[in-house]
Design a protein around this ligand. Structure first.
Ligand SMILES: Nc1ncnc2c1ncn2[C@@H]1O[C@H](COP(=O)(O)OP(=O)(O)OP(=O)(O)O)[C@@H](O)[C@H]1O
Ligand SMILES: [Mg+2]
Length: 345
């Protein structure tokens, strides 16, 4: 479990509190720990306060149905999918949402970002769960779910290199495109507990990434601001169009929401790429642009892996964290992510 909490100023923002600052700490019944100088608020505290401000009981819950899925995608590597995925997921939890992250990439970068060294651990990844479901073998999802923040505010289904074998058996399964969706639906008692599911996908287009797409309503396409990534965006858009036309009779329709990443004001190539994106995808491009920021590069610790963590945790007052918070707020609206089924204002 990661003891990540924020000080009052950010906690005010995450809860939407607009009263007098001195009244804020009375919203929570817990006393400050004697070892702490500042009040620290954890994700479950923020949820508690938000529910209180909405006049709902602390145990208010949601109906068990599959929540919105933020599926981070790009048909190109190294564009910032994992950076956006890990930071947005952690920030959604800090806004008081219950979040499940699924590491859908055999590179296991999201798993590593949260300090888990897959080489030393027994990982029950999503491919294995789907395989057992497909074979009608018994499985217990709870053992695959790792708590990252207290009280299931942020959970993770981790990955390791063996997730790469998934396509081999998916190839032989009928209805393989919708197998992940069927798996979610069949286990709605577990997946329906979360307000949102966030998936980190591998860069390649393969059967597993397609299965994640076929369970989503809107993918989050991460575009690095250069020519190669713009081309990759075209490839991804045609992949989406292909799925939409192949499965339209089933009522399937996938949308795309685009976030531009790595903006650097002194590079004219970034400005040009952003202009091209805005003119090619005017309705899909997010208003929030993620800057090029060293905080994102400092997230992973090579020799002290357990100390790795998303920028929002390690440098919550940085420019990088500010952009992530603003992006997360916009995604809450874009994906209609709720708390205990209540729309967030
Ligand atoms: N906005 C940014 N500013 C600076 N560095 C960034 C930014 N976004 C990502 N990076 C850096 O770029 C590298 C690739 O990022 P990341 O691993 O998130 O990409 P990815 O799309 O998930 O890659 P892959 O396709 O291999 O999974 C990382 O070293 C990361 O720190
Ligand atoms: Mg990645």
């Amino acid at each position: 479990m990661r003891p990540f909490g924020v000080r009052s100023k950010l906690a005010h923002e995450f809860t939407g509190f607009t009263g007098k600052p001195k009244d804020f700490r009375f919203l929570i019944d817990r006393e400050k720990q004697s070892t702490q100088y500042h009040n620290i608020y954890y994700a479950d505290d923020i949820r508690y306060i938000r529910l209180k401000l909405m006049n709902l009981p602390p145990d208010a819950d949601r109906k068990r149905r599959i929540p919105p899925i933020i599926n981070c995608r790009m048909s190109k590597g190294g564009v910032g999918k994992t950076v956006i995925c890990g930071n947005v997921a952690a920030t959604l939890a800090m806004f008081g949402h219950r979040v499940l992250m699924i590491d859908g990439d055999p590179q296991a970068s999201l798993t590593g970002l949260f300090g888990i060294n897959w080489a030393n651990e027994n990982i029950n990844h999503i491919g294995e769960l789907m395989y057992r479901f497909h074979r009608k073998e018994s499985f217990y999802i709870e053992t695959a779910i790792r708590p990252i923040y207290n009280n299931h505010m942020l959970d993770l289904i981790a990955s390791d290199i063996t997730l790469a074998n998934t396509d081999t058996w998916l190839m032989g399964s009928t209805n393989r495109e919708f197998l992940f969706k069927k798996f979610l639906d069949a286990n709605v008692d577990v997946f329906g507990r979360y307000d949102v599911i966030v998936i980190d996908s591998a860069p390649s287009t393969n059967l597993l990434t397609n299965a994640f797409m076929c369970a989503s309503q809107k993918i989050l396409a991460v575009v690095w601001l250069d020519g190669q990534s713009l081309k990759a965006m075209q490839v991804l858009a045609s992949n989406v169009a292909e799925l939409n036309s192949a499965f339209s009779e089933l009522g399937f329709h996938l949308d795309v929401h685009i976030v531009a990443n790595g903006y650097h004001p002194s590079y004219s190539s970034c400005k040009d790429a952003l202009t091209t994106l805005a003119s090619n995808y005017p309705d899909q491009l997010s208003d929030i642009v993620i800057p090029h920021a060293s905080s994102f590069m400092r997230q992973v610790e090579l020799y002290k892996e357990e100390q790795s963590g998303p920028a929002i945790e390690r440098e919550p007052n940085s420019t990088a964290a500010r952009a992530v918070i603003d992006l997360t707020k916009s995604l809450v609206k874009e994906y209609d992510i709720r708390i205990a089924d209540q729309p967030v204002i």
